[in-house]
Structures are given as C-alpha cells and as structure tokens.
Design a protein around this ligand. Structure first.
Ligand code: SGN
Ligand code: CA
Length: 530
C-alpha cells in the first residue's frame, strides 16, 4: 500500500522542481525582454532633423538611431500639443478617451491605466526624467524627476518624488541627460528589464541655446519655405491664427528672438527678463556678448514689412538650430552609454517628439493645426536583437501606438480599450495587409494661446479632410499629392464629389471606431460655410 505521507512528499518535491524550472525559465525569458529607452523632445520637427530633411541642419546622433535601425516616414500625432500628446502616448488612447484634451483646461486622471503601470506589473522597472506637463504627479514610475510645467532652460528646477523642488545648476538638456545616465548606471535594479522615459524641454519656445552653441549657424541663410508668404485664401482658420512670424504680437522680437534693450517694452518683455535673469554671471556674460551686436544692429536697421519678417525667420531658425545642437549631442551621450555598457543588443531606443512644428511654412511657428508639419512627428528607433526591420517603415503610425508596442515587447496583455496598435509586427519586418489606412486627429484647445480653432480630421495616403468647428463651421480638403504644402482647399470644388464622399466615409468610420463624442452629422455638407 502506498504510504500517503511518502506520496505527498514525492509529489511536493516534484512540484517544487517543476515550479523552480518554470520560474528559472521565466527569469531567463524576463531577462530577454528588451529594455526601452524612450527619448521624446518637445516641438522637434522633421524639417530640422537630417535623417528626414537635410536642407537646414545636420543631426548626426539622431540620425545614428535611424541609420542603425528604422525611420518611420508616416508618423503622426493624435492632437498636436504637448500635454495631450503625452497623455495619448501614455494611455494608447485618443484625447477624448484619456480625458486630457488641452494644456490649458485639462488635468490628467493619473488613476487611469498607462503603459508604465502595465510594464511595472510585467516586472519592469520604470523611470521618467524631464518634462511631464500633465498637471498632476506621475504615477506608474519607480523613479521620477520632472520639471515643473514647461521648465526652464537655465538653472532648471526639478520636482522629485518627495515633492521637493530643487534647482540645478546648468543647462537643462545636459542636466536631464546626466540624470538619465545616472539612473541607468547607479539607481536602477539591474536584475530587471527597464523602461526609461527621457523627456526634454528642448526645443520648445523660446529656443534658448546652451552658451557653448551660441555661435553656431550664424553664417547660414536658411532657405524660405515656398509658402512663407501664404495669404490663406479659402482657409479662414489658417487666416485667424496667432502664430505668425510676421506679427510682433505673435512672435515677439524680445521674448522669442532675444532683442531686449533698456526701455523696450513689449507683451513678453517681462517674461524674457525673468528667463534671461536665470543665467549665472558667466553664462550671462557669454549670452550678452553674443546677442548684443545683433541687438544693436536690429535697432539701428529698423527693418519693417517683409524684410523684418525674413530677418525674424532667420533669427528664429538659427536659435532653434542651436538648441537642436545640444539635444543631438546629448542623445549621442545616451547612445554611447548604452553601447559602452553592453546594453545595445537588448535595448529598444525610440526618438520622437511630442509633435512637429512650423519652421516658417504658411508663415508660422508653433503647431496645433492638422496640416502636415505639425501632424507629423519624427519617429526613429534602434531595435533590440531579434527585430529585423531596417530602413524605412511607411505604414501609418500614431503616438497612440507607442503604449501597445512597449506592452507587447514587455510581454504584457493589451486590453481591448487601447486604441493604438502595436508596432511590433513592423519592427519584425512584417508588412501586415490589414494595417490602418488612415489616421484620425482632433485638436481641442480653443480659445487659447495662438488661437487655432478646434478641428478634427482624417488623413489617408492621398487626401486630408478637416472640419474646423466651435465658432466656425468650415471644411477643408487637400490633395496631398498635387498640393503637398496644403495651399488649395478643394472642399466644394466641382469634380471632388467622389473623393469628398469617400473621405467622409473614412471620417465616419474613424469617429465611430474611436467613439469620439464630437462627430460630424450626416448629410455631408456640400460646400463649406465661412
Ligand atoms: C507655451 C508657449 C506657446 C506654446 C505652448 C504650448 N508660449 O504656452 O507658444 O504653444 O506653450 O506648447 S510661451 O510664451 O510660454 O513660450 S506645448 O508644446 O507645451 O504644447
Ligand atoms: Ca510640444
């Protein structure tokens, strides 16, 4: 007769062995899951990244990521503004679904699920360093250190996990990078895979370069975009914005272009003095030595009209380009760290921005509109071993796709309410036949700074249909093949009936699929009201 107690002991021993094997296996598998280093800048646009556009500047370190890995050529945001973009990225959901519609009138519901929380549950260590901009403290991170609001380029304050604000000496892009490398080297639990979010303020307005980069690009005359002097015919929302380089109200020569002079008073002079007042004496001496001759010439020349607008464009481009130089150098430091510490093979490196930006196209700076320059955002990735895609990925991707991508890489289940789609098949080099053929967009922040009206729209590989609403009711339709700079609103034009009907059907499908409570109503309008 079998001794019950012996049997129990034998079974227990066998079970323990199986469990040990299973946990050894999962530890090994866990080890193989890639680390994720996600670098997101603020307002960095593809026109100013040489992997996308070599006309203006060179960004060798950002390009390294693309050259070693992949470049997404159809990468779009869901809502072209900082806080909303960040909320889309964290949740994998459009703005109406994650609740963060606007920088100015939303607060992030930090109790909702986000990909860092799912990654933590899957055994990852998670960290966030830099800009956050969601008006509540971060959740889902084992470690975070954020800059308050938009942050400061010089002597930047950081809020730590104890809620203390500590001012650091130096230039923000360097400080964020120092902290990110220090966390990877000294603070993380090296037995776990990690996900590190490095969120830069650069290259946000008012484009303040590190003092060591001030002299760069001064001999460059940047090419003007062909629609720099756009008159916005047939596009009322475009005509009524407040983000024109030509306007000294919108782009302030003092605040934006550093042309401060005693006695000069403008809308943003006080703000500029506060910002430049943060520089220490040595930084300030270099700053003044650089800008003073330009200031003297600016006031002596007293340019007006188009000459002033073109001069403002050149100064804007130069300051922006100098600010990118520091960013590019600091991304290089992170890439070098990963390479020198044997982390290259098992780390996904993502470089993107919270949205694109206008570099004089339509005469503008800033973003918000669903036109190409700010709907697009740079997206390049260096892939961990085993992911074979290289070169260009042309499928339509959106920032709501990042969360499910990272979750799949971490082995986490992707809940059905996530609206984005995992990019992992694309990273494996697959070409899924049923990939999404369009992207949906919805911008809500109006009335607000820059006065870009509320609008939603749909873009496929050829056309874009947009509806501006709220205090306006105007539709716009573009043929991106014939009119890539979006100068000719074809809505209501004879001959466009079928295209218009097809785009309305796509828009209907998207608004239904994503369950956006703000939708257009059938019957479709035949012409646009002013
Ligand atoms: C600030 C800027 C705006 C910018 C918003 C949003 N003004 O308010 O020009 O559009 O941020 O930018 S400033 O006077 O403070 O520089 S976002 O990228 O954070 O959404
Ligand atoms: Ca931004």
């Amino acid at each position: 007769m079998v001794n019950q107690s012996n049997l129990t002991t034998r079974l227990t021993t066998a079970l323990t062995a199986v469990t040990a094997a299973a946990s050894a296996m999962s530890a090994q598998q866990a080890q193989q899951r890639p680390n994720i280093v996600y670098i997101m800048t603020d307002d960095h646009t593809a026109q100013m990244m040489s992997a996308y556009d070599a006309r203006h500047i060179s960004t060798p370190n950002l390009d390294r990521i693309a050259n070693d890995g992949v470049r997404f050529t159809n990468s779009f945001v869901a809502n072209s503004l900082s806080g909303p973009s960040r909320a889309c990225m964290l949740t994998g959901k459009h703005s109406h679904a994650n609740g963060f519609l606007s920088n100015e009138f939303s607060t992030f519901d930090a109790s909702q699920p986000t990909f860092p929380k799912y990654l933590q549950q899957a055994g990852y260590e998670t960290a966030l360093i830099g800009k956050w901009h969601l008006h509540v403290y971060p959740t889902g991170f084992d470690h975070w250190e954020i800059i308050p609001g938009q942050g400061d380029y010089y002597q930047p304050p950081f809020i730590n996990m104890q809620g203390d604000t500590i001012v650091h000496h130096g230039y923000l892009t360097n400080v964020i990078t120092d902290k990110a490398i220090d966390w990877m080297e000294n603070q993380r639990d090296k037995s776990k895979p990690f996900c590190l979010l490095i969120h830069h303020k650069a290259i946000h307005r008012n484009w303040m370069a590190d003092t060591c980069d001030l002299e760069l690009y001064e001999d460059v005359e940047f090419e003007l975009p062909e629609n720099f002097f756009d008159k916005y015919e047939g596009r009322r929302a475009a005509a009524e914005q407040e983000m024109a380089i030509a306007s000294n109200h919108d782009m302030d020569p003092v605040y934006d272009l550093k042309m401060w002079y005693p006695g000069v008073d403008s809308r943003l002079t006080g703000a500029y003095q506060g910002i430049v007042g943060r520089l220490d004496p040595e930084q300030r001496a270099r700053w003044d030595a650089f800008y003073q001759p330009i200031i003297d010439k600016y006031y002596a020349d007293s340019l007006t009209g188009d000459s002033l607008t073109v001069w403002k464009y050149q100064r804007y481009m130069r300051d922006y380009a100098k600010t990118v130089a520091s960013l590019d150098r600091n991304v290089g430091r992170v890439l070098d760290y990963l390479r020198d510490h044997g982390l290259d093979d098992n780390t996904l490196v993502v470089y993107t921005s919270d949205q694109g930006f206008y570099m004089g196209e339509h005469g503008w700076f800033d973003k918000r509109f669903m036109y190409e320059e700010s709907l697009n955002t740079p997206l390049v990735m260096r892939l961990p071993k085993g992911y074979d895609a290289r070169g260009d990925i042309d499928q339509f991707v959106q920032n709501i796709d990042y969360a499910p991508t990272f979750m799949e890489l971490a082995g986490a289940d992707i809940p059905s309410d996530i609206q984005g789609v995992s990019l992992v098949p694309l990273l494996r080099g697959e070409k899924p036949a049923d990939w999404r053929p369009y992207v949906y967009y919805h911008f809500h922040e109006y009335p607000a700074e820059h006065m870009v009206k509320r609008h939603y729209g749909i873009r496929n590989d050829r056309y874009k249909l947009m509806h501006f609403y709220n205090d306006i009711d105007q539709w716009e339709l573009y043929d991106l093949e014939a009119d890539p700079t979006e100068m000719h609103n074809l809505f209501g034009t004879p001959g466009m009936e079928q295209v218009t009907a097809d785009m309305f059907e796509l828009l209907r499908q998207a608004q239904e699929q994503y369950d956006d409570p703000i939708r257009f109503q059938y019957p479709i309008p035949q012409s646009t009201k002013k």
